[in-house]
Design a protein around this ligand. Structure first.
Ligand code: ADP
Ligand code: BMX
Ligand code: ZN
Length: 293
């Protein structure tokens, strides 16, 4: 069991990599199909995996959604074009004819970051600000997955009781304000109906006042989420990932808003060391560890 075919399924993109001893040997990615038909997801995976699957000993998957017994249940189905209750592990076993393990994407990324931290921390968190907002925690050397795979879904903690309705059905979740999807929606009034999180960030870098206000609101919401998590779990460090979390200028604004809060709420926040590859590297390492034990 040396060569891992790692797959990271996000709401916007699916990345795949062959990984040996923590090194990415081969990589590819494509857009996530926006469709509620499971056949569309299966076809996308088949096409993407074809040039990789023969070289792999096992498959390790980091996926958006609640992962319970290999089945993907979307907490926010909007993030996957309505796809829900998708038999991810079974499908991949059929495609690849190799053993498959699956966990949530943010849980996997938390494991990657925990493994690369230079000091050992007994409570660390990872937050992805991407299509949605996800999180993962490693407490006392153990990755929190939860009885039903739900641990870490901090994007669905309340941020504003009067805020927009989240795709999960609750009003005012962090995800409904600070995710890439929410940032894109907030930008529609100024930058057109096809506005995305990336378009708002491009305008933000150019100093557009409305884009600055939207990004500022998202950064403040993430800072308050981090404060809530710190005071709950006594976190020693938080790593930030996802294309929004890693976008130039976002982390300094999170630092700013966090610095305004009482000291017990403050915690060291840094970019994910593995950047956009945290999910791939984390799930490969997590699965490898299970095979080694
Ligand atoms: P996934 O959710 O599939 O893991 P990403 O982490 O790339 O994917 O997050 C997707 C979100 O990030 C989208 O809202 C997209 O518009 C936005 N985005 C993508 N690239 C950038 C960028 N360079 N800067 C800011 N936002 C970005
Ligand atoms: C959502 C939820 C989480 C996921 C997070 C980040 C779904 C489909 N996903 O809160 O499981 O970890 O988004 O996911 O309900 P991403 O797609 O932004 O990487
Ligand atoms: Zn929600």
């Amino acid at each position: 069991m040396n060569t891992c075919l790692a797959i990271d399924i996000g709401g916007t993109k699916i990345a795949v990599a062959l990984i040996e001893s923590g090194q990415i040997l081969k990589f590819d990615q494509r857009e996530t199909p926006s469709s509620n038909y499971s056949e569309d997801m299966t076809l996308a995976l088949k096409e993407l995996l074809a040039p990789f699957k023969e070289q792999a000993d096992f498959i390790a998957v980091a996926s958006t959604g609640i992962i319970n017994q290999g089945v993907l249940t979307a907490l926010n189905p909007d993030n996957l074009g309505g796809l829900n209750q998708y038999r991810l592990a079974d499908t991949l076993e059929q495609i690849c004819q190799k053993p498959v393990m699956v966990i949530n994407d943010a849980q996997a990324a938390a494991w990657a970051e925990y493994k690369t931290l230079e000091s050992t921390f007994n409570a660390m968190g990872f937050i992805t600000v991407s299509t949605g907002v996800g999180a993962g925690f490693v407490i006392n050397d153990s990755l929190l997955i939860g009885q039903d795979g739900i641990a870490g879904h901090a994007g669905h903690i309340l941020a504003d009781p009067n805020g927009p309705t989240c795709g999960c059905g609750r009003q005012g979740c962090v995800e409904s304000i600070a995710s890439g999807t929410a940032i894109g929606k907030a930008g529609q009034a100024f930058f057109g109906s096809d506005c995305t999180g990336k378009i708002v960030f491009d305008q933000y870098q150019k100093g557009h006042p409305e884009a600055i206000a939207i990004v500022e609101n998202a950064a403040k919401t993430i800072a308050n989420l981090i404060a809530d998590l710190k005071i709950t779990l006594d976190l020693q460090v938080v790593c930030l990932g996802g294309s929004i979390g890693l976008a130039p200028g976002f982390l300094p604004r999170v630092h700013h808003h966090l610095s305004l809060l009482p000291s017990a709420h403050q915690v060291k926040v840094m970019h994910a060391h593995s950047g956009a590859n945290a999910g791939l590297l984390g799930v490969a390492s997590w699965a490898q560890q299970i095979y080694n034990n």
